[in-house]
Design a protein around this ligand. Structure first.
Ligand code: ADP
Ligand code: MG
Length: 722
């Protein structure tokens, strides 16, 4: 443990930083730009990373390739940009550290890199050293800029572990460079670290192997070695995670205890008839188990809040139908929401197919209705007759009144953000008064997703939900074989093979990407692709076209023609990504597969091989494509397991991108990392449960309770707002 510095001051944690010695209004404004307002914020303004001098390597001591990453510190003495064939570029820089010279090399983003890695640039570079034809080099190293002072410190052997704080332009302006920032932080931490109150009772703190908060902050800001640093971080992350899990646990409890739900008395004859007589297949064991879990919730007097995870094609729709049938049979309305109009239509058709026979009314509400028809439907739904209503999530935003709503099902939840999901779970129409004038009970909610979410992530994103899993595929599925092919060489061969198979009676999806920033361009790609293929290699074959700009009716028609075989080829943008079910489709060609994310590729591929016959998925990529794209294609070739794919996806992309940029509602974790800290997340989840079990209102832990209220309840805004 670090020694206690001699002069320690206590100051109120809410003290604005401008009042601290050595920080005037100018520096305070730089900190403000980084979200640091108070002394508390400042003490938690932790280093971005550390430079471990004892771990840096002298270039002169390198003997060959290295197995692991190493760090070298030095100055750039020479640079060179080389242009290769086909417009590719290579940027090389010579790094000199007094003991020798090492070549650094970049193949991508060379234009940006060239702008800042210039002659005279001084930094620490980390990466693996490889031997390229006798020359040692480091490709795409990670670099960390150092000030001259820092270099000197390192040279002199001062500060074995050097903390590097996130700085930037605003800090530079007030002459807080890397070193200045570190000196300032060093002093602040030294003086004020004891101001932070301890929230853990000694006994629990020891049980979880945590240092005190003052010790932890010292360790994080001024570590003497790696163990100390790790221990400090563990404490800071653990605090954050426990508070977060307490928030979820608290939400779950509040749901059970405070919120009135609907207790369904029975699974009636209609539901039995649906399962035993009408469905053309037997439920899988997994489907039965999940149905039991759902029914268990539905009969309780508190609202169900359940997440159903099941890989693409695992048969979630029928679970939704059975659940809705129970709700209707018990006298309620049930709503099914899909992320796209196409999918809503498809659910509507499937529902009618099975439920018409039971006399259960099914309604569809999408954007394509005329104003008059819509108004009529709204009026009718406001009567509260038991029945099923299917739509997009406009269903909720539309302020449709469903005064008798008993069950809400949200399909393909991963398309919605966390905040949006939470909003959908407490729909507008279920607030207010019921038909009989009484307070409305909150409907049961089932959210379904085909993105198999790594467990640590699920605990963080869906900590308020109970989880069911469909971990078994219905019988009789074909295998899907996947190949990645270089379009420059093999595109036409691929299409010729597809064409032969179509002539033998197969059906194929041809997918073109639709990327937001250039929707028009990519749309054009699908349209020209359609024209080129139908006049060329698919001459004599009917080729359909489907894209997001078409009207709902046109889309449905295109889908119908493909499903019926009238157009055995369907050229489509990614609108078919979620949920579309055409069992006869066995072939999929994905153009520009290098542009797609992993879960998107997995979703797309899930459209084929559904009808029992084997499927073929051809991933056409257009070089040059990056290392990450290469990795994605390799994973797609190697496995069909959605779970593995999700985990790899998270690993390749990191947290920020996992759900795409639209996902604004990610949990605001500052210190912990959902990928790296999964063990800690599990421990924190358990700790939160234990705490609430031993003291439901946390009264036994006043300091922890105060911190929970201050920091977590402040985030309820995040939970409840969009
Ligand atoms: P997803 O989970 O991706 O939404 P779907 O609900 O669309 O999957 O189901 C995929 C296909 O599997 C559908 O054609 C459906 O009729 C079929 N299916 C569902 N359950 C079973 C089962 N128990 N046995 C056979 N086929 C099933
Ligand atoms: Mg589905």
């Amino acid at each position: 443990m670090p020694e206690q510095p001699k002069s320690k001051k206590a100051a109120p944690l809410e003290l604005p930083v401008a009042y601290l010695r050595g920080i005037g209004p100018r520096k305070a404004s730089a900190f403000r730009s980084a979200g640091v307002h108070t002394l508390r914020d400042l003490l938690y303004y932790v280093p971005r990373r550390y430079l471990d001098r004892s771990l840096s390597t002298q270039i002169g001591s390198l003997r060959g390739e290295t197995k692991d990453e190493i760090t070298v510190i030095g100055r750039i003495t020479e640079t060179q940009m080389t242009r290769g064939r086909g417009g590719s570029t290579r940027y090389e820089a010579a790094l000199e550290d007094g003991s020798g010279t090492l070549t650094l090399i970049w193949f991508r983003q060379t234009n940006q890199i060239r702008k800042w890695i210039k002659e005279g640039y001084t930094a620490a570079f980390s990466g693996k050293v490889t031997n390229y034809g006798g020359t040692l080099q480091m490709a795409h190293p990670e670099s960390m800029t150092l000030s001259r002072g820092e270099m000197e410190d390192l040279r002199d052997g001062k500060g074995r572990w050097v903390a590097l704080y996130p700085g930037g332009k605003e800090f530079d302006k007030v002459s807080l460079d890397v070193r200045g920032l570190r000196t300032l932080m060093d002093r602040i931490v030294g003086e004020y670290v004891n101001s932070v109150p301890e929230i853990w009772p000694e006994e629990l703190r020891k049980q979880y192997g945590l240092p005190t908060i003052s010790q932890a902050l010292e360790m994080v800001h001024r570590p003497r070695n790696k163990q100390e640093c790790d221990l400090g971080w563990k404490r800071i992350k653990f605090d954050e995670l426990v508070i977060f899990q307490l928030l979820w646990a608290w939400t779950r409890r509040r749901n059970r205890e405070k919120v009135k739900g609907i207790a369904y008395p029975e699974v009636g004859g209609l539901t039995r008839k649906l399962i035993e007589d009408i469905l053309p297949f037997k439920l899988t064991d997994a489907q039965r188990r999940v149905m039991r879990e759902i029914w268990n919730d539905m009969k309780q007097p508190f609202p169900m809040t359940r997440l159903l995870q099941g890989d693409v094609g695992s048969g979630k729709t029928v679970i939704a139908l059975i659940g809705m049938c129970i709700a209707v049979e018990n006298g309620h309305q049930a709503a099914l929401m899909a992320p796209t109009g196409i999918l809503a239509e498809q659910h509507y058709i499937t529902s009618r197919k099975y439920l018409d026979k039971l006399g259960i009314p099914v309604d569809l509400l999408t954007g394509s209705l005329t104003e008059k028809a819509r108004r009529e439907k709204h009026e009718q739904l406001a009567q509260g007759q038991p029945g099923i209503i299917i739509g997009t999530h406009a269903l909720i935003q539309d302020k449709v009144r469903l005064p008798n709503l008993g069950l809400t099902i949200i399909d393909e939840q991963h398309r919605f953000g966390v905040a949006q999901r939470l909003k959908l779970m407490e729909p507008e129409q279920s607030k207010g008064r019921g038909l009989d004038g009484s307070d409305l009970a909150r409907p049961d909610v089932l959210v379904m997703t085909a993105t198999p979410i790594p467990r640590s992530l699920a605990l963080t994103l869906y900590g308020d939900l109970d989880v069911s899993r469909l971990d078994e595929m219905p019988p009789g599925r074909g295998k899907v074989k996947t190949e990645a092919r270089n379009a420059d060489f093999e595109r036409m061969k691929v299409y010729e093979r597809v064409s032969k198979r179509i002539h033998k009676g197969d059906r194929a999806f041809i997918i073109f990407p639709l990327v937001e920033q250039s929707e028009k361009l990519d749309l054009a790609a699908a349209v020209t692709g359609h024209e080129e293929l139908s006049k060329g290699v698919f001459k004599g074959i009917e080729v359909g076209l489907l894209h997001g700009r078409m009207k709902v009716g046109e889309k449905t028609e295109a889908m119908r023609r493909f499903a019926s075989g009238e157009t055995p080829v369907l050229v489509s943008t990614t609108v078919v990504e979620v949920g579309v079910d055409v069992p006869e489709a066995t072939i999929m060609v994905i153009e520009h597969a290098e542009r797609f994310g992993l879960s998107q590729l997995h979703q797309l591929r899930g459209r084929i091989g559904r009808g029992g016959r084997d499927g073929y998925c051809e991933l056409l990529y257009y070089p040059p494509h990056g290392r990450k794209a290469e990795a994605r294609l390799a994973i797609m070739k190697a496995t069909n397991d959605g779970f593995l794919i999700a985990e790899e996806d998270l690993r390749i992309r990191g947290m920020g991108d996992f759900f795409g940029t639209k996902q604004s509602g990610l949990p605001p974790l500052r210190f912990a990392d959902i990928v790296e800290d999964h063990d800690l997340i599990r421990i924190a989840r358990k700790a939160a449960e234990d705490l609430l079990n031993s003291s439901p209102d946390l009264a036994k832990y006043p300091e922890l309770n105060a911190e929970f209220r201050r920091s977590a309840l402040g985030r309820v805004g995040w939970l409840e707002a969009g």
